[in-house]
Design a protein around this ligand. Structure first.
Ligand code: VG1
Ligand code: CO
Length: 549
């Protein structure tokens, strides 16, 4: 077997964002682009030599081509054992689990998550370290620094490995194994949740679900878990076959993109009891009841308040964490339970140390992400099973559970407004101006429709990791008001074109008589204040957001 040294020169745009390196497919197809980035990973992750590597992706266009390149470079770098999901498929949570279960040195996940796929779409690479979680900033900074000094990469001259069937191939010192992507993960879920109870309800027709895999990676997982192991009716999982272009859709689990699911849940008593959808790589989820949407921030709070009812979490929670923009609904629950609630920057990598140190058991993000200490990634199917288990134990509907939660803890009206495709320089200037503005905002009062709102505190969020004391700055501008309302501004770190400004709006209402109002109406004052403070119209020429969730 020949090992080749191919000379190359650096690409300046290989800095990983919130979740790995994400670019247009065409960018990744540029000669040496993928290989350079992989070389930088192999240079930094020195444990891969002689170790086990897990490889898989969400099935999008360019997935299998990229995997063949990874295999050739891994062989050249002396990785001793590689496990690859059959057909190149592995969900993000499944990779995290396999790394932990098999004591792997790391994993490479090919995915651009919720971004559209296909030849004109997006592609991405994430590297997860030995704890199963996304590489931390120190690691990704090193990878980027290394990528800026690449002069050559090393690759083995071998044939493509057939990914379609399970099997083993010995190539020099390296054993490559094509594995069933689903079974280990499904077994883990069966250990955590009460499958017997859920199965009994599905079998007797007292419980039903519609799960929309959105033509992405969770299809095979959901079929196995919901339909085969839990006995949900055949056809409960829709759009279950992964496609390279996700059927032309956005594999983004929200009310806009998961339209087919929403329609099925809005048919009164004929609707299934639960509806759920997941994103491209299976780490996110949307959960809905009959004609009833549950905000992801509320999901985290509801899980926290009820976890002790589930056998898998009956010992209680050591603590919880949420990302900065996630609503503070979970804070109220943590306070009542007397457990710690951590506030972290956006992105799952910041939960890793807290989970490893057992400071937290559950964590979540407003962007439809939830998870626990069972792995080191957010986990869409886990979250749906949590809800199924909860509904089974409580014998209440999704809506009843949510309303009871609001009645007890109050409701956090919450919305995210995204301004997409902004000029990057304009967006950076807007954030810079906001950073300056918050220096003097404290104590200012803004007139509203029915009440005025006084700023009690504001800053540019900086996070000191309580475990390794690393500091991450400039994670979002937060403006807190005396009446517990809040506005957060930050720029997205996952886009591939221009900049996206995310504005997160929140207002707390304790009175149950006021828990049935229209979210955007309740937030109207906050929306106006956000526009004014950020000078959205003058700076960006935008009156309205592109996406409201
Ligand atoms: C978005 C979400 C963030 C999430 C990230 C990766 O990041 O807001 O909460 O962790 O996507 O999720 P950003 O920087 O665009 O706001 V995934 O499912 O793409 O791995
Ligand atoms: Co994802």
């Amino acid at each position: 077997m020949n090992i080749l040294q191919i000379s190359s020169t650096p690409f300046t745009d290989q800095k990983p964002g919130t979740s790995g390196l994400r670019k247009k497919v065409q960018r990744f197809q540029t000669a040496h682009y993928l290989e350079n980035f992989l070389q930088a990973i192999f240079n930094v992750a020195t444990d891969l030599k002689g170790g086990l590597l897990i490889v898989g992706g969400d099935g999008r266009y360019y997935n299998t081509e990229a995997i063949q390149t990874i295999l050739k470079m891994a062989v050249a770098h002396g990785v001793s054992h590689i496990k690859v999901g059959q057909n190149g498929l592995l969900s993000t949570p499944a990779v995290s689990h396999l790394i932990r279960k098999q004591s792997a040195a790391g994993g490479i996940i090919l995915s651009a998550s919720h971004n559209p796929g296909g030849p004109e779409g997006d592609f991405g690479i994430k590297f997860n370290t030995a704890n199963g979680g996304p590489a931390d900033t120190k690691f990704t900074d090193q990878v980027y620094a290394d990528s800026q000094h690449i002069t050559a990469y090393t690759i083995a001259e071998i044939d493509d490995v057939p990914l379609e069937t399970q099997g083993q191939y010995q190539l020099g010192e390296t054993l490559i194994e094509i594995i069933d992507p689903v079974s280990d993960y499904a077994d883990l879920m069966e250990q955590i949740f009460d499958f017997a109870k859920i199965k009994a309800l599905f079998g007797s027709g007292l419980l039903s679900i519609c799960f929309d895999a959105m033509h992405a990676v969770t299809g095979p997982y959901a079929k196995e878990i919901f339909e085969r192991r839990l006995n949900a009716a055949v056809g409960s999982v829709i759009n279950a076959i992964p496609q390279e272009d996700f059927g032309g859709g956005h594999p983004d689990p929200n009310l806009i993109y998961a339209r087919e699911l929403v329609e099925r849940l809005n048919q009164g008593n004929d609707s299934p009891d639960l509806g759920a959808a997941s994103d491209g790589d299976g780490d996110r989820y949307m959960l809905i009841g009959r004609n009833f949407f549950v905000n992801p921030s509320d999901c985290l709070a509801i899980m926290t308040a009820n976890a002790h009812l589930l056998s898998g979490y009956q010992l209680g929670l050591s603590g919880v964490a949420r990302s900065l923009p996630t609503s503070r609904a979970v804070d109220k629950v943590a306070e009542t339970l007397g457990i710690e609630c951590y506030e972290t920057p956006t992105g799952w990598k910041y939960f890793g140390n807290l989970l490893d140190e057992r400071r937290i058991t559950l964590c979540g993000e407003e962007s439809f992400g939830g998870g626990s200490d069972h792995i080191r990634e957010k986990d869409g199917i886990w979250a749906v099973l949590f809800w199924l288990n909860l509904v089974t134990v409580k014998r209440q509907s999704v809506e009843e559970i949510t309303r009871a939660h609001w009645a007890r803890f109050g409701r956090h009206y919450y919305s995210r407004h995204d301004y997409e495709g902004l000029d990057s320089t304009v967006a950076e200037q807007l954030m810079k101006a906001l950073r300056k503005r918050v220096e003097t905002l404290k104590g200012e009062t803004f007139a509203g429709h029915t009440a005025s709102h006084t700023v009690s505190d504001c800053d540019d969020f900086s996070y000191t990791d309580p475990v390794d004391r690393s500091v991450t700055e400039h994670q979002g501008i937060r403006i807190l008001f005396e009446d517990e309302s809040r506005i957060v501004f930050r720029l997205s770190g996952t886009g591939t074109e221009g900049a996206t400004l995310r504005v997160y709006l929140e207002r707390y209402e304790a009175n149950p008589a006021l828990h049935d109002l229209e979210t955007q109406v309740v937030l109207a004052d906050m929306i106006n204040i956000a526009r004014e403070v950020a000078e959205l119209k003058t700076r960006c020429g935008r009156e309205q957001p592109d996406i409201v969730t």
